[in-house]
Design a protein around this ligand. Structure first.
Ligand SMILES: [Fe+2]
Length: 466
């Protein structure tokens, strides 16, 4: 449980490129703003254009009616000078008048601001589009000599009698100029609005995604098991609620995880204690091996410390040394305690204890890491050991250390079939087997270590029982 894994979280969460929320929001909001501005600009242009056109038509119709009011009497009186002056003054009074003509009831032009037209029949335009009627004035869009004009035809009455028709033509230049000016203004306004919308979309996207990003980083940090710091949630909107709920959830999750880890550690300690008791009980089956596992563990750790192992490595070495002969629990007493030489079958039974030990350790997953060491503690450096015949560096380093401590303790304790060897005799024996049973470097270091140990430590070690 200590090594409880949290599913790893891919920081990106996607294998190939995928736009983030900020880009998606920006990509959504900007075209939306663009469409909105475009539709508003189009609507404003249409409304303004329509208003300008209507104003032009009303203005043209009014001028045309004014001309008819003055021209009725002049026509009847056949006052050519008055008619010429009327059309000329009218033409000059408004800059966008293309021409002014007065014709009689036979359609002959009797007055025109261009003198050359006088006396000619009035030619209607081939291309004529009716635009509407204002009182008795008809407005049409016409094309004359390549120019688009708006013609206003108003009948001239005098004393209730039709005496002619006044025709006034306005150019559409002022309308086009006004439209261009409006277009320019709308384009500038739309550009400014779009720029503001662009910044607004960016700000909104950043405002939302910054908080989402903080949440995302919090989830990643939680997933990696890093120390959790609550994510600031100042706002009272949905994202603020989400952040506060995430903080609460993370704290509860971490508290539950800590609880579970504590329980797992307690369970592990309980299991280890049980194994220690079993190992000690096993040693106690034979008065000669009482305290053997503990002494092997102490000597192994002493050597490990001299080799510069860290604390975690030393704890693993100590536990493996405690467990190394655990498999002997399955060896019958008549074999384990036999004082006479063992038969071949009994020898086989005795040699099966490393494998039996791995079977016991296999039952608890957190003890699996000790299996290779326990299995290999009777392997020889030259490959002549058991159960696998591994040699050299194939043998786990901890197993090579335990093998030295195991052999030294076995030789320096009394056995039913021989007296204990002295320290120097045991070391000579170990050094005699350097390169065959033991790693040469480790055997040399072990011998140095034993010789460096104060005599009080050795005495304490030998007196160690359980
Ligand atoms: Fe053993």
């Amino acid at each position: 449980m200590e090594n409880m894994k949290t599913p790893s979280l891919n920081p990106r969460g996607r294998g190939r490129f995928s736009p983030g929320i900020r880009l998606k929001m920006f990509g959504f909001l900007l075209p939306l703003a663009f469409l909105l501005v475009l539709s508003v600009a189009w609507t404003v242009t249409e409304i303004t254009g329509s208003a300008l056109r209507k104003d032009l038509l009303q203005r043209g119709a009014a001028i045309s009616r004014v001309v008819t009011l003055s021209s009725g009497y002049l026509l009847l009186a056949n006052d050519q000078l008055g008619l010429d002056r009327l059309v000329s003054e009218t033409r000059e009074s408004v800059p966008d008048i293309a021409f002014v003509a007065i014709r009689d009831t036979t359609n002959k032009v009797v007055a025109h601001d261009r003198i050359g037209e006088r006396g000619k029949p009035f030619e209607p335009s081939a291309r004529m589009t009716p635009l509407g009627t204002f009182a008795d004035t008809h407005a049409d869009e016409v094309v004359r000599t390549g120019r688009t004009l708006i013609e206003f035809n108003t009948p001239i009455h005098f004393a209730g009698k039709l005496v002619g028709t006044a025709t006034l033509a306005l150019t559409t230049d002022s309308l086009a100029a006004a439209r261009r000016s409006i277009h320019r203004s709308i384009t500038v306004a739309a550009s400014v609005i779009l720029g503001v919308a662009c910044f607004g979309a960016l700000f909104l996207a950043s405002f939302v995604t910054t908080r989402v990003k903080r949440l995302h980083e919090g989830v990643l940090s939680l997933g990696k098991g890093e120390p959790f710091r609550p994510i600031p949630a100042a706002s009272s909107d949905e994202l603020g609620d989400l952040t506060r709920n995430f903080n609460r959830m993370a704290e509860e999750l971490l508290a539950q995880k800590a609880g579970l880890q504590a329980q797992a550690r307690q369970l592990e300690e309980a299991y280890l204690s049980m194994i220690r008791v079993i190992a000690a009980s096993l040693d106690a089956r034979d008065a000669y091996t009482l305290g053997h596992s503990n002494r092997v563990a102490k000597l192994s750790c002493e050597l490990g410390r001299r080799l510069g192992m860290n604390e975690e490595n030393l704890i693993d070495l100590e536990r493996a040394a405690i467990f190394h002969d655990l498999g002997k629990i399955q060896t019958p007493d008549d074999v384990l305690l036999k004082e006479e030489p063992l038969s071949r079958a009994e020898e086989e039974q005795m040699r099966s204890h490393p494998m039996d030990g791995t079977g016991i350790l296999w039952m608890a997953p957190f003890l699996h890491k000790y299996i290779p060491v326990v299995r290999a503690h009777h392997e020889w450096y030259n490959g002549e050991g058991y159960p696998d015949g591994k040699k050299g560096d194939e043998i786990p380093h901890h197993a090579q250390i335990i093998a030295l401590a195991d052999a030294f303790d076995a030789m320096t304790t009394d056995r039913p079939y021989r007296q204990a060897l002295g320290t120097e005799e045991a070391l000579d024996e170990i050094l005699r087997f350097r390169g065959t049973q033991f790693s040469p470097e480790l055997a040399d270091e072990f011998a140095k270590m034993i010789r460096d140990l104060p005599s009080t430590d050795m005495a304490k070690l030998k007196s160690m029982a359980l």
